[in-house]
Every structure is written in C-alpha cells, then in structure tokens.
Write a protein that binds this ligand. Structure first.
Ligand SMILES: [Mg+2]
Length: 128
C-alpha cells in the first residue's frame, strides 16, 4: 500500500467540520487566524532573508508586519468579545503568575497551568 493510501486512511469526514465552518463567527475567527499566520510568515521571511541571505534588515518592513499582525488581532479580539487592551492585561497577569519575580528557566519549565487558567478566567478591569 502506498504512503498516500495509508495516510488517507486516517482522513476524517468533512461533513461536521463543514457545518461548523458555515458560521459567520467561526469564519471571522478563521480569517483572523489565517491572517496572523501569513503575517507572522512575512515577518519571519524578512528575518530569514536578513540572517541567511545577508539582506539588510528592514525595520520599517518589520514594523509594517507587526502592524498587520495587530490588524488581525483586532478582528480576533472583536470576535471574542474583548479588546486588545484586555488581552494585553490578561497576558501580563498570566506572565505575573508564571514568573512571580522575573524570568527563570525553572519557572518556564515547571508551569502551574491550573493557576494560569484561573488568572485568565478572571475578568480584568476594563479600561473604558
Ligand atoms: Mg504584511
């Protein structure tokens, strides 16, 4: 049996995923996720060209790509019913739980995921 036939034996049915995709909210989330991937790829490509091809690092282009990432994050935040500011605050709270004093390799590798989850589920104070 060829690799292709062996691999495709494990392919799922697309009926249920298709019905879940047929939803405006999910479509918006997928658009944001795809956009974040492609913009992260553009950022990574610019760094690859600098590091491995010797191309001058174009920081203006890196800022452009960072802005593009923000654009897709804004869509994601809106669809999740939150704001970029709230996501930033949640991220800081999670990092404070993970690294109570400062970054350490031990804290990075022995994470308390239950505590981090509790922090993420607490509603932060709104900025507006
Ligand atoms: Mg871009």
């Amino acid at each position: 049996m060829s690799y292709q036939k062996k691999a495709l034996r494990t392919e799922p049915s697309y009926e249920a995923p298709q019905s879940r995709l047929n939803n405006p909210s999910t479509t918006r989330l997928v658009h944001a996720a795809m956009g974040l991937q492609t913009e992260a790829g553009e950022l990574t490509d610019a760094l690859k060209r600098h590091i491995f091809y010797g191309k001058e690092l174009d920081r203006t282009n890196l800022k452009e790509e960072a802005g593009d990432l923000c654009w897709y994050l804004a869509i994601l935040a809106e669809e999740l019913g939150t704001t970029l500011e709230e996501l930033q605050e949640l991220n800081i709270k999670k990092l404070q739980a993970r690294f109570p004093n400062k970054f350490t390799e031990e804290d990075a590798t022995t994470r308390d995921l239950e505590t981090e989850r509790q922090v993420l589920e607490e509603l932060p104070e709104r900025f507006f």
